[in-house]
Write a protein that binds this ligand. Structure first.
Ligand code: HGY
Ligand code: MN
Ligand code: MN
Length: 416
């Protein structure tokens, strides 16, 4: 069976989706439940309806577009990703998995293939932590990793709760209904850009993800003493930003200190109060992202940072509070799904390599309710979460062809 991807149309759709953005092109900003997010969702649902897929949305906006199989009573095969984008991001992160998964379904339809198990495209709500501070909100609720009550109470920077925002965006119903049963999907595959340099550097077309790194994130609030930048002399100052500076460098030092290339740590947010050039910072809020393929090694770094906070707080006379947001386990891919991807790569004559994912994905949580794997395509220079993020139409098409073939093989009925 030959699978022909409609590369031209797919490329056009990526450009159309990128235009639903709150940033100047080529940057893309599309924060969950924003107007641009709503436009993107509406546009995607229309395209899926045109393809004859049955659409449903759950109480938090996860969107499901199903191609009914001949044995629709069996657990379905799932694929998909996210279309929300962090501020000033690119146009491929998540989108390749949604539009690529959609094109894989249309490619199978055009080839005359008829699935036994239904094949379902999923567009997850809020994979990015931008608005509510925690990533993979939709898939956490689907997998039961986050409770409905914890989720409902999450607040954005304006203080609006997820409960109020989702209802304002038209998603009602109980969050209790978002959770999927363990046998909802028989298999799950997500296509995604690598967001790293390995495939391009090694000249390999596709990556078969064997495991997804263990992400953790937390907030550190430092309370010092404000005052006049001129009148308050240096001795005895309790400058919250100077204390924060020591902590930020400690985060970097401890991540480097494990000696393992897989330990990564980033302080991506630093909010200074009152934020005036002639006023001593009285309060600083840091948001820290810490990951490792080895959860125990990650947690060692976590503890080192905690100890350093205590020492800096003591020495500088500032109060330091710590709020854990998440500390997730690494996710393992299923040998069965990896085997299906391997067979599809070989059938298509496309080179591949096994690798880990250092970015987290919704598949990290889908792994708790289904056998999963991810399929990576190269991205130029390994760049992502930047406007110059790029994957070529040819690289995307190779990913879509292998995904289509994999979905076809997984959708064969077999055991129920
Ligand atoms: O941060 C991540 O790993 C993902 O891109 N949200
Ligand atoms: Mn991302
Ligand atoms: Mn992503």
């Amino acid at each position: 069976m030959i699978f022909e991807v409609d590369q031209k149309r797919l490329d056009g759709e990526i450009e159309t989706l990128a235009a639903f953005s709150d940033a100047e092109a080529p940057a893309v900003t599309r924060v969950v439940f924003s107007k641009q997010d709503a436009k993107a969702r509406a546009w995607l649902k229309e395209r899926c309806r045109e393809a004859g897929l049955a659409i449903r949305e759950d109480a938090v906006g996860n969107t499901f577009a199903r191609w009914a199989g001949t044995r629709a009573e069996l657990p379905a095969v799932g694929t998909g990703s996210h279309v929300d984008a962090i501020p000033h991001a690119g146009k491929y992160d998540g989108v390749v998995g949604v539009l690529g998964g959609f094109e894989a379904i249309r490619t199978l339809q055009r080839s005359g293939f008829q699935p036994e198990r239904s094949i379902e495209l999923v567009i997850f709500t809020s994979e990015e932590p931008t608005r509510f501070g925690i990533g993979c909100l939709g898939s956490r609720l689907m997998s039961g990793t986050l409770s409905p009550s914890e989720a409902a109470g999450l607040r954005d920077a304006e203080g609006d709760t997820l409960e109020a925002v989702r209802r304002g965006a038209g998603f009602s119903g109980s969050l209790d209904e978002v959770r999927l049963p363990g046998d909802y999907y028989s298999a799950w595959v997500e296509l995604h850009i690598e967001q790293g340099p390995i495939l391009e550097r090694e000249g390999v077309s596709l990556g078969l993800v064997t495991s997804i790194a263990a992400p953790a994130s937390f907030r550190i609030t430092i309370e010092g003493e404000g005052g006049h930048a001129g009148g308050r002399l240096m001795p005895g100052r309790r400058d919250a930003l100077c204390a924060a500076a020591e902590i930020i460098l400690a985060v970097e030092r401890f991540a480097l200190g494990t000696g393992a290339i897989d330990t990564v740590a980033t302080v991506g947010i630093c909010q200074v109060h009152p934020g005036a050039v002639n006023s001593i910072p009285s309060r600083v809020q840091l948001a820290v992202d810490l990951r490792d393929t080895d959860a125990a090694r990650r947690d060692t770094v976590l503890r080192e940072i905690e100890v350093a906070c205590g020492e800096v707080g003591e020495r500088r006379g500032v109060k330091i509070d710590w709020q854990m947001i998440n500390a997730d386990a690494p996710a393992q891919s299923s040998p069965e799904i990896l085997a299906a991807l391997t067979a599809a790569c070989e059938a298509e004559g496309i080179g591949f390599k096994r690798m880990v994912s250092r970015a987290y994905h919704d598949s990290s949580f889908m792994a708790q309710i289904a056998p999963i794997a991810m399929l990576f395509i190269p991205c130029r220079g390994g760049v992502s979460h930047r406007p110059d993020e790029y994957s070529s139409p040819e690289e995307i098409s190779r990913g879509v062809r292998v995904l289509a073939r994999t979905l076809a093989s997984l959708s064969a009925g077999g055991k129920s």
